[in-house]
Design a protein around this ligand. Structure first.
Ligand SMILES: [Zn+2]
Length: 271
């Protein structure tokens, strides 16, 4: 009898344990599914909050980051240029589509980190690179004025959209190239079709809508699905006082670089 009871208890226990286990598994699966659903919904804001300020400011090496890929030579003017993979995939689709319309799109500049931008900026600041044919270290001695002259077309290190691997320069770095002939055809193709691949032109002409910021750049295109959250993160967290570590950086606060240059972009690239 004792033996029977103990077997009975054991059997009952096993059955109820199995039942408990099944119930627990079902509950766990339901919770996991719900969490997954919630996680999917809040993924972008969560990622935005977690974007390190060093990423926003380009203080990393793109070639060492897993989400960056080197642009194949058929889509680039030279080797050694990197983009974020998702932006690159979108660019390849856009370039292939353009090719069908006899328009060739090649990247001439892509991800540039803080240190690359620092060398570009300081070469202009110190006169090694001429700006408009002039050595700015001699022709524009006032720091704020010199910085504003360079800021017509070049970003301060730590504030460039090229840091992010989402923005590229296409085909040529002169607006005049895009004013006629093949260049005009390329620009018209981009203004008509780029948006359907996720790209927009952040630096449109300076006018009432965009009163301050870099001058127009018909060659610079930004992959919005990735760059918009980064622009939002820059607005939330990047401050003029953080812009340091290069010659002329002391002018960043006075110029209000974040407001007028980082955020002074074509409204269509922000919404
Ligand atoms: Zn550019």
């Amino acid at each position: 009898m004792i033996k029977y009871l103990s077997w009975c208890c054991l059997l009952t226990c096993l059955l109820s344990c199995a039942e408990d286990q099944n119930t627990q598994n079902t509950k766990a699966n339901a919770i996991a599914a719900a969490e997954h659903k919630i996680a999917e919904k809040i993924e972008i804001p969560a990622v935005k909050k977690e974007i390190p300020i060093d990423f926003i400011m380009g203080k990393f090496n793109p070639e060492k980051e897993s989400q960056f890929v080197e642009i194949a030579l058929q889509y680039a003017s030279a080797r050694g240029m990197y983009m974020q993979r998702e932006a690159y995939d979108a660019f390849v689709k856009m370039a292939e589509s353009a090719k069908k319309d006899k328009v060739s799109l090649k990247v001439v500049s892509a991800a540039r980190n803080f240190f690359r931008q620092k060398s570009i900026w300081e070469a202009k600041w110190n006169g090694r690179t001429k700006v408009g044919g002039k050595d700015l270290s001699k022709s524009v001695p006032v720091p704020k004025s010199r910085a504003l002259k360079i800021l017509e077309y070049s970003s301060m290190p730590g504030t460039s959209r090229h840091h992010w691997g989402t923005d590229i320069d296409i085909n040529n770095l002169n607006n005049s190239y895009f004013a006629k002939g093949q260049g005009l055809k390329e620009y018209e193709w981009l203004t008509t079709h780029a948006a359907s691949f996720g790209f927009c032109q952040p630096y449109t002409p300076i006018n009432a809508e965009r009163p301050k910021g870099y001058f127009e750049e018909k060659w610079h295109w930004s992959y919005m699905p990735l760059s918009k959250p980064l622009t939002d993160a820059a607005e939330a967290r990047l401050r003029n006082e953080m812009i340091q570590g290069f010659d002329g950086s002391e002018t960043a606060v006075e110029i209000d670089v974040v407001k007028h240059f980082v955020l002074g972009i074509n409204g269509a690239c922000r919404h």
